[in-house]
Ligand binder design. Structure first.
Ligand SMILES: N[C@@H](CCC(=O)N[C@@H](CS)C(=O)NCC(=O)O)C(=O)O
Length: 218
């Protein structure tokens, strides 16, 4: 069975977990914190989570994992069958992960981990994030899901990461950049209120925070 390594506070762990649950793929969770120690680096070369362990070996990077799952379980239709639609889902996932979350990640040290970021980082991040959110708005539909009326795999990324973009900007700048741009991510989350996979991801995330973090950022 696929082992999913990581922890429930992590958005990228939750993106993969959401996909596994949503599409009914059996897996086992193995609580694992990021680490620069050798055993971990053999699984995930940058010491990051999530990674999966399969009979063939280890695989990291959440999008590579989702792609592996989609190719291994074609009957689950993780991406849309239509090539154009599937490509648009991948485009949205790339925007959410790389152009939004990865930029907002520069804020997490101050927003979530009790540290301080420099004014230069704040300024650079604001400039990039505002531009990237404007671009994302041209793509995302929020009707109510990111690609339209129908849930798609892109929503696994949206559900896991958009709240962090809103929350971190609110904490660091006193302005939620997503809300400011007209993206009501809290209303978006409501679209998942009857989705078992989302409910489980969120319940496990909350329980993990209540237990205390196994990783305190870097
Ligand atoms: N691009 C990676 C990002 C994974 C990532 O940043 N994971 C964080 C936890 S949410 C981590 O392991 N951070 C530890 C580190 O950067 O050393 C993915 O999509 O899986």
């Amino acid at each position: 069975m696929i082992e999913l390594h990581g922890f429930a506070q992590s958005n990228y762990f939750n993106k993969v977990k959401f996909v596994l649950l949503e599409y009914g793929i059996p897996y086992e969770e193995v609580p694992t914190a990021p680490s620069q120690a050798e055993p971990m680096l053999a699984h995930s070369p940058l010491g990051k989570i999530p990674f999966i362990v399969t009979e063939q070996g280890s695989l990291c990077e959440s999008q590579a994992i989702v792609e592996y799952l989609a190719a291994s379980y074609p009957e689950k239709r993780i991406f849309s069958a239509d090539p154009w639609e599937a490509a648009k889902e991948r485009e949205l996932m790339f925007f959410i992960d790389v152009h939004l979350e990865l930029v907002a990640r520069n804020l997490y040290k101050q927003a979530f981990f009790g540290g301080t970021i420099t004014d230069a980082t704040k300024g650079r991040t604001e400039k990039l994030l505002v531009r990237h959110i404007e671009g994302f708005k041209r793509l995302a539909k929020f009707a109510p899901f990111v690609r339209g009326e129908r849930f798609s795999v892109a929503d696994a990324a949206g559900y896991a990461s958009l709240p962090l973009v809103g929350q971190s900007t609110q904490i660091v700048y006193g302005r939620d950049f997503l809300a400011e741009a007209g993206i009501d991510w809290r209303a978006y989350l409501q679209a998942f209120s009857d989705r078992a996979a989302a409910l489980k991801v969120n319940a496990d995330r909350k329980a993990a925070f209540a237990r205390g973090a196994i990783w305190k950022g870097n």
